[in-house]
Design a protein around this ligand. Structure first.
Ligand code: HDD
Length: 690
């Protein structure tokens, strides 16, 4: 066999050396240079492969073990590096170095869906994880939160039941990434404490337009502790600089078909183009007297503290400014631990939080295969760290000397004695007496106010505008309509909803076509709380094109001047202009020039854009009237309540798509301002909601 024959395989005629350029020499994992990476070692050209081929064996051996167990929840995620800057002095509240005004701390953030597997889609109706690892100079602090400020359950003991019920069903292994199925609603309808979280989950909060446009919450009550050891209670909030924005259900469903990676791509591309996502970190601080005066228990993770009662104080800014270099090494191997805490912050007795303190440490051992997972670069503290823990699988540190126990007097003998505890710098657990943290008998019980399952669900529903309420009612109808156990589960769920709001319960019963069931007994009668604007998405959206994408549909005969003016206007409003044409190679414009497209019409449906403009001449419009994808492009933009701008000649396409005039349907001149909004008033024209 000639040398050329061996090296040409798989390179379409280009030699192996040409394809590689001046690359470093390929070696085995043990450093032995490799002569041939194309052919296994055989006994003769057509003979059996030899066991002796250590190059082949090592390569296949390693490949066979490339996957690690995916996270039992939050398996699908996207990560990014960034920095947190403390912008306010809260030294009276916390001694944490991360909060020293002006301090900059490196962070790694991972956003995720909860129920689906690692390869599932980005846009199911699901809670989003919002986990932040702060590499502070006093150790790692992990704030492992969600985009919803409350949780399904009050006690960690119920977490396996929650997760088993919502994940794909045990025998049939479907549905993937969705709660619209029997076991979830069977369980949830039997667990009234889930009701408040269900209101959030059925709202558009679980359909975020982008990770960049959702809030984050630490959920639990934590403590801040100052240098004098004084503790205050605190809730953490992340507020997105781009404002809140969600999609609507039909749009989210169609996004699953259009782009499985919609949110992962959105985050990556924003960072890649220097459009760094930012959030402000806010705190709600309160004391024991406040806690005791509330009609809910601040240790109950199914309850929030209305912002109207305790305003959110902004104390810092998170900026994500660097994409991971390697998805597996960083985003997959990152291990978040609610038990990662630093001096100046402390846990409360929230029983859900207490259970989490164990679970996350434990899970890393099965996921990453070793108790030394903290040595993986993405998990390792950026400050010096050391102790007398030794050995274990995948130990990468090489501690010198004999000091692997403490106390020791090795230093007196001239040997290295190792690190020691520090009364000044060490983490001190706050005295349990500072807070409503009761201690006493060993009891399997819940505190009294935990029995109020409905007051805050009602607060949430009544804080939404009419469109948002219709979305919630319709989501309940959609989800419950997927339940096969029709006789028992939907009536039970609607019986719970009667404790939230009678009108909501009626709408859901009507939508399902069932009789209104009896109201279920409430363990504790709900109380009315004052509605809070902070709980509504619509009241917290921003009229802006920043971070948003505009799809501009062009075709042969489109006017170059109109296109250029529109692109310039979108970009000067900080939006992203994306040209879509029937052929990706481009369209031949009326002036004879060819304009290359960013996307082909068939693969760039309007759901991937926040607003669309149709820039066509007569000839192009005529051709597109016969293109289903073009008609659908406009029809969906209208149905998804987006602004539609059109050139005069494009009107027939709008008519064919059933577009009716409203404030969101404009000529090209008025389009950019219109594109900063969604048109929820249009919705009754395009669909019947519950
Ligand atoms: Fe959890 C992962 C958020 C309750 C057990 N959880 C995980 C992640 C987030 C949350 C964002 C993904 C972290 C990442 O990106 O790697 N979890 C929450 C929130 C909760 C919550 C906001 C309630 C307030 N979780 C919770 C309980 C338990 C767990 C009560 C167990 C008793 N969660 C886990 C876990 C995971 C996890 C099984 C899977 C992978 C991992 O931890 O590292 O241990």
């Amino acid at each position: 066999m000639t040398e050329a024959f061996k090296t040409n395989q798989g390179h379409g005629g280009e030699t192996h050396q040409q394809a590689q350029g001046d690359a470093a020499v390929l070696t085995t994992n043990h450093g032995v240079p490799i002569f041939d990476n194309q052919n296994s070692l055989k006994s003769g050209a057509r003979g059996p492969t030899l066991l002796e081929d250590f190059v082949l064996r090592e390569k296949i051996f390693h490949f066979d073990h490339e996957r690690i167990p995916e996270r039992i929840v939050h398996a699908r995620g996207s990560g990014a590096h960034g920095v947190f800057e403390a912008t306010d002095d809260i030294s009276d509240l916390s001694r944490a170095a991360v909060f020293t005004k002006g301090a900059k701390t490196e962070v790694f953030v991972r956003f995720s869906t909860v129920a689906g597997g690692a390869g599932s889609v980005d846009t199911p109706r699901d809670v989003r994880g919002f986990a932040v690892k702060f590499y502070t100079r006093e150790g790692n602090w992990d704030l492992v939160g969600n985009n919803i400020p409350v949780f399904f359950i009050q006690d960690a003991l119920k977490f396996p039941d929650l997760v088993h019920s919502v994940k794909m069903e045990a025998d049939r292994a479907y549905p993937q990434a969705g709660s619209a199925h029997d076991t979830f609603w069977d369980w949830a309808s039997l667990m009234p404490e889930t009701t408040h979280m269900l209101m959030w989950a059925m709202s558009d909060r679980t359909l975020p337009r982008s990770f960049r446009m959702m809030e984050g919450f630490g959920v639990h009550t934590f403590k801040l502790v100052n240098a004098q050891g004084k503790a205050s209670f605190v809730k953490f909030h992340w507020k997105p600089r781009l404002g809140l924005q969600s999609t609507i259900w039909d749009e989210a469903l169609k996004l699953q078909a259009a782009d499985n990676d919609y949110q992962r791509r959105d985050l990556w591309e924003a960072i890649d183009t220097g459009d760094f996502p930012q959030w402000d970190l806010g705190i709600q601080v309160f004391d024991e007297a406040f806690a005791e005066a509330q009609p809910y228990d601040v240790l109950d993770a199914t309850k929030l503290i209305p912002e109207d009662d305790v305003p959110v104080r902004i104390i810092g800014t998170l900026t994500l400014n660097r994409n991971p270099d390697n998805f597996f090494a960083e985003t997959e191997q990152v291990a978040f631990l609610p038990s990662n805490i630093v001096p100046g912050i402390d846990f409360s007795n929230d029983p859900l939080l207490q259970g989490r303190l164990f679970s996350y440490l434990d899970t890393q051992n099965s996921r990453l295969g070793t108790t030394n997972f903290h040595q993986i670069p993405i998990n390792a503290p950026r400050c010096p760290f050391g102790n007398f823990q030794r050995d274990g699988k995948m130990q990468t540190q090489v501690p010198k000397g004999r000091a692997n126990y403490e106390p020791n007097s090795l230093a007196a003998h001239g040997e290295e004695g190792g690190p020691r505890e520090s009364a000044e710098r060490g983490f001190v657990t706050t005295n349990a007496a500072t807070g409503p943290d009761e201690q006493g008998e060993k009891l399997r019980v819940r505190a009294e106010l935990f029995a109020d399952h409905y007051s805050q669900a009602r607060l949430f529903y009544r804080s939404q505008d009419a469109h948002e309420q219709a979305h919630i009612a319709s989501s309940f109808v959609f989800e419950l309509s997927k339940v096969g156990l029709l006789d028992q589960v939907p009536p039970r769920m609607v019986g719970n909803l009667r404790n939230v709001d009678e009108e909501l319960a009626k709408r859901v019963a009507d939508g399902l076509g069932i009789d209104l069931p009896e109201r279920n007994d409430a363990a504790r009668e709900p109380v009315d709380m004052d509605p809070s604007d902070a709980l509504s998405i619509h009241k917290n959206m921003k009229a802006t094109l920043e971070g948003r994408a505009v799809g501009i549909l062009i075709a042969d005969g489109s006017d170059a001047g109109e296109i250029d003016a529109l692109v310039a206007a979108v970009e000067s409003a900080k939006g992203k202009a994306v040209l879509v044409a029937p052929k990706v190679g481009g369209a031949k414009l009326s002036d004879g020039s060819v304009r290359k497209a960013d996307g082909q019409l068939a693969g760039s449906p309007s759901q991937i854009f926040d607003a669309v403009a149709i820039v066509l001449g007569e000839e192009g419009c005529k051709a597109l009237l016969k293109e289903g994808a073009a008609v659908q492009f406009v029809m969906d933009a209208f149905g998804h309540l987006k602004a539609i701008g059109a050139s005069a000649a494009a009107r027939p396409l709008l008519d064919k798509a059933g577009v009716e005039p409203d404030g969101g349907v404009t000529d090209l001149g008025g389009f950019v301002d219109a594109a900063k909004h969604r048109y929820y008033d249009r919705e009754p024209k395009v669909r019947t909601l519950a």
